[in-house]
Design a protein around this ligand. Structure first.
Ligand code: FRU
Length: 483
């Protein structure tokens, strides 16, 4: 262990000593992964390896408002019982000194290969995350057990990214036939968002293959690309920055969505679909997906958005942000479908069945962490759902718009919406400071942080031509263990 890692370890252990105090915050979530202390952003290196699911994440333990990034580390067998491990990757080399940024894991022959971006601020660096940027190196680190890592290997530097600005990062690796492929998100010299595609025969030596982008410029930078084949369809999930807002699909400060691509990505003969938002809420960014041993494509995202001007109210309590619940992806009618991972059913505690007849709910329920499922007999003319006194979901058949809105618990953020032709069902997950709404079997999703008071607990549903059946499950918390 080098001296820098020793120093980091002692600083982090001191910071994490504040955990007990921080856990007194009511907004600490019950069944969402959070940073033990300080700041969390993107999920990284998601994989299943030797019987455990590994969730690494961007972790800045010393500053709840962001700071030097490490890879934090959780593992689980069942998505309910989680073990918190020591930081997995530290910024301790000349090529990653100013941040171990996002990346992915690739598993082969009993070995975990983690690829990530190491950043270095050059002298005279001007703190402009948009254009100038930092040195962004692609680095490989491997592990036989998922906990102890090899020496780092520098595999690509900014000199290896043709016609690009300084912004090239977030490697994601996969294998196809006998080749390994890597995508990196970036900003070209001309200021276009794009991804770079590399090829390798041995996972260590990589050759540039192509720059993939839309015909028309779509923003200036694409972060966290993730390309995969799902039921024979090639999907590119990415987070474009700098796309002009349009009040319908492009509503957040940066975007999180996907393109379906046809054709050959190694040449020029490919075609992008329109950009489809992955989520309609205020908070979903940098999602990453992987395939597990059951063949499921599992996606987890960051419940926030980079550069959002929103001031999350937990910063003053020494921590900030969380990850989404895990979702299983499928593909139907040209779109990704997201369904909460089936393991989450094991978090269900008490069950309350209810009916809504002629627009009135027949039960009063007072809970703050729950899953609620509502099946509509036929698409209602109007439905208004009020949760925790301050969260409103409405659907009006006239304009076919489903809206999510917050009062004071939104801390200034008030409304997001989506067009829904027929409302068939809703599955809603509420935690102490989050909401995730899966509409019509996961065809549309809203994910958001929201900060109601502890006492705000009611569930109210009313409307017109509204007949529905539902069930509410109070939810258990995750169990946490220390490695
Ligand atoms: C996305 C992102 C990535 C980067 C990481 C740094 O949220 O900006 O592009 O690698 O966060 O924490």
């Amino acid at each position: 262990m080098n001296d820098l890692i020793k120093l980091y370890k002692s600083v982090i252990s001191e910071e994490e000593g504040k955990l007990e105090e921080i856990n007194k915050d009511y907004w600490r979530l019950g069944y969402h992964l959070m940073p033990p202390v300080g700041w969390l952003n993107d999920p990284n290196g998601l994989c299943e390896f030797k019987g455990l699911y590994h969730v690494f994440y961007q972790y800045a333990p010393t500053n709840a408002d962001g700071g030097l990034k490490f890879w934090g580390h959780y593992t689980t067998k069942d998505f309910i019982n989680w073990t918190k491990h020591d930081v997995a990757i530290y910024p301790d080399q000349v090529f990653d000194l100013h941040g171990v940024f996002s990346g992915s894991s690739f598993i082969e022959d009993g070995k975990m290969y983690c690829y990530y971006t190491g950043t270095v601020m050059r002298e005279g660096y001007n703190d402009n995350y948009e254009v100038e940027g930092m040195e962004q190196n692609t680095i490989l680190i491997t592990s036989e057990d998922g906990f102890n890592f090899s020496d780092k290997k520098l595999i690509l530097t900014n000199d290896n990214y043709p016609n690009m600005s300084w912004h090239v990062r977030d490697p994601k690796v996969w294998k196809e036939n006998d080749n390994y492929y890597m995508v990196l998100g970036g900003r070209s010299e001309e200021g276009e968002g794009c991804i770079l595609l590399y090829i390798s025969k041995d996972k260590e030596n990589w050759n540039y293959l192509n720059t993939i982008k839309t015909n028309e410029r779509f923003g200036y930078m694409w972060e966290c690309p993730n390309i995969f084949n799902i039921n024979g369809n090639i999907v590119l999930i990415t987070c474009p920055q700098g796309v002009p807002q349009d009040d319908v699909d492009i509503v957040n400060v940066h975007q999180c969505g996907y393109f379906v691509i046809e054709g050959d990505l190694t040449g020029q003969d490919y075609k992008f679909s329109n950009f489809i938002p992955l989520d309609r809420g205020f908070d979903m960014y940098a999602p990453q997906s992987f395939i597990d041993s059951k063949g499921r494509r599992i996606l987890i995202g960051w419940l926030s958005i980079s550069d959002t001007p929103f001031g999350y109210p937990t910063i003053k309590n020494g921590w900030n942000h969380c990850l989404s619940i895990p979702r299983e992806l499928s593909f139907e009618d040209g779109r990704l479908i997201q369904k909460p991972l089936s393991e989450l059913k094991d978090l269900r505690n008490e069950e309350f069945k209810f009916k809504v007849l002629d627009g009135k709910i027949n039960k009063e329920l007072f809970l703050d962490k729950y899953e609620m499922i509502i099946d509509f007999e036929t698409s209602p003319s109007e439905v208004f759902i009020n949760l925790r006194k301050d969260i409103n979901i409405s659907y009006l058949n006239n304009d076919k718009v489903l809206k999510l809105s917050f009062g004071r618990s939104g801390y200034g953020r008030n409304e997001r919406k989506v067009n829904i032709e027929n409302l068939e069902n809703l599955r809603i997950f509420i935690d102490t400071s989050s909401i995730e709404i899966f509409i019509n079997g996961g065809r549309e999703v809203f994910s958001s942080r929201v900060f109601p008071n502890k006492e705000d607990k009611g569930i109210n549903i009313f409307g017109r031509n509204l007949n529905a059946e539902g069930v509410v499950y109070s939810m258990k918390d995750f169990n946490y263990f220390r490695s």
